[in-house]
Design a protein around this ligand. Sequence first.
Ligand code: SAM
Length: 320
Amino acid sequence: MIVDRLGRRFRNLRVSLTAACNYACTYCVPDGKRLLKARNELDASELYEAVKLLKQATGIDKLRITGGEPLVTPKFDDFLMGVMSLGLQDVSLTTNGQLLPRKHDVIVQSGIRRINVSLDTLDPQNFRTIARSGDLATVLGGIDALLDAGIRVKVNMVPLRSQNADDIVPMLDYCLERGIELRYIELMRMGHLLNGQGFQTDFISMESLLDRISEKYEFTRTDAPYDSTAVRFQIPGKGVFGIIANESEPFCRSCTRLRLSSDGYIYGCLSSSRRQFIGDLIHEPSHIALPRLQNILVGALADKKLAFQGEVTVMKLIGG
Ligand code: SAM
C-alpha cells in the first residue's frame, strides 16, 4: 500500500464521468456558457476498467460519481451498474439534481444508497441566477422521490455573500425537516476565483456561517470520520449539519481522495493541476499496467498539499 509520511493513502476515488454540465453556476463558470464535454473522454467501459485497475492498485474502497454533471451523459447508467458490482464498501453520487426524474429508476435499481444533491437556494429566481439554468421545483421533486425510495440524501450548498446569504438558515430548515444532512461548502479559490475579486466578495467563513445559524439553532460540534471533509454539528432533537471548511479548517492533512477525470487522468490533489494519464493502462495486461500505475500513484500522493492553496483548474474538470 502507498502511504505518505502523514499516513495519507488513497481510499476515496472520485470519478468525473464527463466535464459537461447543464448548469453554468456563477462561481464555477465565469462566462455563463454551459460546459461541454472534454476532448477524448473515455467511454463508460473504459472508465469502469480504470476504476477496476485503481482498486487493484490502491485498495480504494469508496467511490463517488461526479462531474461535470454525471446525469447528463449516456455513460451514466452503464457506469453506475458496473461500479455497483465491484464490491466497494461505498458508492455515492454527486449531482445537481436537474435530471433526477429521468434517472430515478436506474438509480433505484442500481442499489446505490447515498446521493449528494447540490442546491444553493430555495428561491426559484435566485436559483436561475446562480445556476443560470434549470428549475428548482424539478430538483426538489427529485430529492423527495429519492427520500421516498429510502436513499440517504445530503444537500451541498455553497454560501455566497452576494447571492444566497439569506438562504443559509432556510436551507437548514428545509433539510432538518426532511432528515437531510446539509453540507455548507466554503467557497473555494478555483478557476476564475483564484485571482479575481469574486472570491473576496463572496466568501463566507465557517465562523460567519455558525454565527448566522446560532441566531436560530443551538448546536454542538460532533464527531466526523477521520478522513471526512466536513466539520459536523449536532442540533439536539433536530439533526446534523456539516461545513466543508476548506479555508477555515482545511482537511488536507487527512485527505484520502484520488480523482479520475473523464478523459483518463488522475489527480492526487484538488489544489494541484498536476495529472497523469492512465487511459492507456487499461489496454495493457495487468502485470504491465499495475507496476506502472503504482509509480504514477506514488507521484500523485506526493502532489497532496498540506493546505488548500487554490487552483486555476475549475472543479468540473477535475471532478468536484
Ligand atoms: N454537477 C454536480 C453537482 O452540481 O453536484 C457535480 C460536480 S460540481 C463541480 C460538485 C460540487 O462542487 C457542487 O456542489 C458545486 O457547488 C461545488 N463547487 C463548484 N465550484 C466550487 C467552488 N469554487 N467552491 C466551492 N464549491 C464549488
